[in-house]
Write a protein that binds this ligand. Structure first.
Ligand SMILES: [Zn+2]
Length: 363
């Protein structure tokens, strides 16, 4: 495995590791765990992506611990949905930061890193739905079939979201891949926020006077902005290569989405504290178990996609990619066998060279 601090141009890197409109600052595609850890402390095209989610992850962990003590979340049944929400809120930036840090270990590791990132987002989706259900439902819909069905649909959404987002990693780069990736996150989000949309549009005076409605509204603006930034690839689309290290859309997407999550957390906490009299009698005892069930099902889905990886990588690796990988590994003093690492699979090399037409695979 490479431990070099050298950075590479997109033309030197196998297509597997390419990012749209990002030209410079790539790390070695066979980085060791140690060199990935060291890469936190120097600038490359993922450094800011790492820190913009790692710092919020540490902050959310702090919030999780302090809220547990301050609001007695562990011992009060009414606080358990908040606990589930705060755990899911801490998990998603943690998984994302780790994915951005370790995705250059290998092609397979890159897929697994982002599978785990989507896993955490799916858990965040159900965590958010559990908290909305417990604290934010509009007065008119409490104890209706809407509230009874809400969590069940949210579970299905969380699972489908994980399947679809993982599946998009196997698609060729293009509009279809982008569309499905955005849909996989947008559909569960749009469903989850329905209770607060209802409060904003049809809610009575109680819906507005109690809780954190203005935080919920501002959160939805941040969510819309983050989807726009993520899908547009602005500003690097306008000037490819200029925003490689600082200012690229993914970094802005991280910052805006964290601002939205912070508003969501604040609004949720205010709902929990101020709407207790309304909501306390309508807490189902099974809501936390639903999150555990989603974790279980997601592990099965993760295993399924993990089993597909070798075949997908084989199909999508071109002979040009293998040449680049060979050059990089030889340049870093790495060879098959000698180092004890299986850097470039010989079977893969033979198989790829037998195929004449290969579709390039771009992340
Ligand atoms: Zn990210």
């Amino acid at each position: 495995m490479a431990t070099t601090l050298q950075l590479y141009h997109v033309s030197e890197i196998p297509s597997f590791f390419h990012e749209l409109y990002i030209h410079r600052g790539y790390r070695h595609p066979r980085s060791s765990v140690r060199s990935c850890l060291r890469s936190c402390f120097y600038l490359h095209n993922e450094t800011v992506n790492f820190w913009t989610h790692f710092i919020p992850a540490v902050f959310y962990l702090f919030v999780l611990v302090t809220d547990c003590y301050q609001y007695n979340l562990l011992l009060d049944a009414y606080g358990l949905p908040m606990l589930a929400y705060l755990i899911s809120m801490t998990l998603f930036p943690t998984a994302s930061a780790l994915a951005h840090l370790f995705n250059t270990i290998s092609e397979k590791a890159r897929h697994m890193c982002f599978f785990l990132d989507y896993f955490a987002l799916s858990i965040f989706g159900i965590g958010t739905a559990i908290a909305y259900h417990a604290y934010s439902f509009p007065v008119a819909l409490i104890s209706t079939w809407w509230q009874h069905l809400y969590l069940l649909v949210a579970v299905v959404n969380a699972l489908l979201s994980f399947v679809l987002s993982c599946r998009t990693r196997f698609l060729d780069h293009g509009l279809r891949k982008k569309m499905f990736r955005i849909l996989s996150f947008a559909v569960p989000y749009l469903f989850d926020v329905l209770p607060v949309c209802y409060r904003a549009i049809h809610g009575d005076v109680v819906d507005f006077s109690l809780g954190g409605m203005h935080y919920h509204v501002r959160q939805s603006v941040f969510a819309f902005l983050s989807a726009l930034i993520y899908s547009s690839h602005l500003p690097e689309r306008l000037s490819p290569g200029r925003f490689d290290i600082i200012g690229q859309s993914h970094q802005l997407f991280h910052v805006v989405s964290v601002m939205g999550t912070h508003d969501l957390m604040t609004g949720m906490r205010m709902d929990m504290l101020q709407r207790r009299q309304l909501m306390d009698a309508h807490q189902p005892s099974y809501s936390i178990l639903l999150m555990v069930a989603v974790v279980g099902f997601n592990l099965v889905i993760l295993y399924y996609f993990w089993m597909q990886l070798d075949g997908v990588i084989l199909k999508s690796t071109s002979s040009e990619d293998l040449t680049k990988l060979n050059n990089l590994c030889n340049g870093a003093g790495l060879t098959n066998g000698k180092s004890g690492h299986h850097l470039i699979d010989r079977q893969l090399t033979n198989d790829v060279s037998r195929r004449s037409k290969l579709r390039p695979h771009v992340e």
